[in-house]
Write a protein that binds this ligand. Structure first.
Ligand code: PLP
Length: 422
């Protein structure tokens, strides 16, 4: 679960003059650092270098006499679907392995629903007067961009320690038939690292929804991305939705973007049989089949779930020290600044830093002036609007450890100054 580091103590542990002096010294360093996007570092990509030589000139046949070089197999090759079935929590027949981006799959699933309806819809969503999605916040900016692009109203729901505010989600979903979907990042959420409790997952599976074609957009992007030796497991949403009589409720997404190569991985989808049939039918006018050579080389490289777990341990060895460094610097520099706290994620790619109300934009601006690029303040909220202007997403994976340390120190200096200005 997400732990929030203790905050409190004396506001402005530094005097205003000290904070300003610290900031001027930071600017004088002429840094050029970037903590904006959750990208794997080059060293992480190197872990999968073997993929560049696989499957090899003579290896192109997949099971069932599927020639990976040719068209076809729109659902993905059998061995790739089997490889990811456990991670997705579905039998291989209910898995679709697609091209390189799960975000593209989410985008497409939503646009198909808008244009044609889901398998439970009486009409395309776009024919409705209004469509709304529940959006746990803080959340992932690119989810919100999809909604914004297609005119889907976003209704923020607070994300707590153990998942979304379920009382609020249940209340809204039960009474408002315009609510057709809900974004969920059940494990190591972007950007808070939140892991949904089994109770929250069961309530999401069971809750009454006014819309009969309501969908959970279950983005399990960080399913195997542990930062500690604990391999946290969560309840199986597909089993629970089926048990509660809502078998078609969840679209499960994941990808190998942060397992192998972020630009050339595999996107994964799992759902009920009816949903899979629906998705494949919708995909058919769009493509004659995915890149199966990429699927085959992933199968050859990763081999099985244990192979994936071993690779993820190597990622952990590279990135956990970067997270620890940020937390160490924050503890040392910000531990005594009032109303400042941060998450201690057990997995995923981000730390969320909470600064005093009304300070997040200022911190990001100060950091930019000092050569440290941060994700824009407000990005984890619909329309970029953080009502309290408090939340900053820190992405420590891409820069090297020394740069991460410098950037964290720099961010702390900016927080000290912004908090002092308040
Ligand atoms: N979902 C979440 C929660 C993410 O954080 C990201 C990338 O940061 C993505 C999806 C993008 O995944 P993909 O590379 O498979 O499109």
């Amino acid at each position: 679960m997400r732990e929030v580091a203790p905050s409190g103590g004396v506001a402005g542990a530094l005097t205003g003059a000290q904070a300003r002096e610290g900031y001027e010294a930071l600017k004088a360093k002429g840094l050029k650092l970037n903590l904006t996007r959750g990208k794997p570092s080059a060293a992480q990509l190197d872990l999968s270098a073997e993929l560049l030589t696989l499957p090899g000139a003579a290896d192109y046949m997949a099971e069932g006499a599927t020639d990976c070089r040719n068209y076809g197999a729109i659902q993905g090759i059998a061995e790739a679907r089997r490889l990811f079935a456990g991670i997705l929590g579905a039998p291989a027949e209910q898995v679709v392995v697609a091209n390189n981006s799960s975000l593209a799959l989410m985008h497409d699933a939503i646009t198909y629903a808008l244009l044609k309806g889901t398998c439970d819809s009486a009409a395309p969503w776009s024919r409705e007067r209004e469509i709304s999605f529940l959006c746990p916040v803080p959340g992932y900016d690119r989810h919100f961009t999809i909604c914004e692009t297609y005119g889907i109203r976003m209704i923020p729901v607070a994300l707590g320690e153990d998942g979304p505010d379920m009382g609020e989600a249940e209340r809204l979903a039960a009474k408002d038939a315009t609510i057709k979907g809900m974004w969920c990042m059940p494990k190591y959420s972007n950007p808070t690292g939140t892991v949904y409790s089994n109770e929250a997952i069961e309530r999401l599976a069971a809750m009454k929804t006014a819309a009969p074609d309501f969908r959970l957009l279950w983005d399990n992007a960080y399913a195997v991305h542990h930062l500690t030796s604990e391999r946290i497991e969560i309840a199986n949403i597909l089993e629970l939705t089926a048990r509660h009589g809502h078998a078609n409720r969840a679209f499960v997404f994941a990808s190998t973007s942060k397992i192998t190569m972020a630009g050339s991985g595999l996107a994964l989808f799992a759902a009920s049989k009816d949903n899979v049939k629906w998705l494949l039918a919708r995909m058919t006018p769009r493509t004659i089949g995915p890149d199966k050579v990429n699927q085959l080389r992933h199968v050859r490289f990763l081999k099985n779930e244990e192979g994936i777990a071993r690779l993820m341990e190597k990622h952990r060895a590279l990135i956990a020290p970067k997270f620890e460094k940020v937390l160490e610097v924050f503890e040392a520099r910000l531990g005594r600044v009032r109303d400042v706290s941060w998450t201690r994620p057990k997995g995923g790619y981000f730390i969320t830093l909470q600064v005093p109300k009304g300070c997040a934009r200022r911190v990001v601006e100060l950091a930019k002036e000092a050569g440290i690029e941060l994700t824009p303040a407000g990005a984890p909220f619909p329309h970029g609007n953080d009502p309290e202007d408090r939340t900053i997403r820190i992405a420590p994976t891409f820069p090297d450890l020394a740069e991460v340390a410098q950037a964290a120190e720099g961010v702390a200096v900016c927080v000290e100054l912004a908090a002092g200005e308040k």
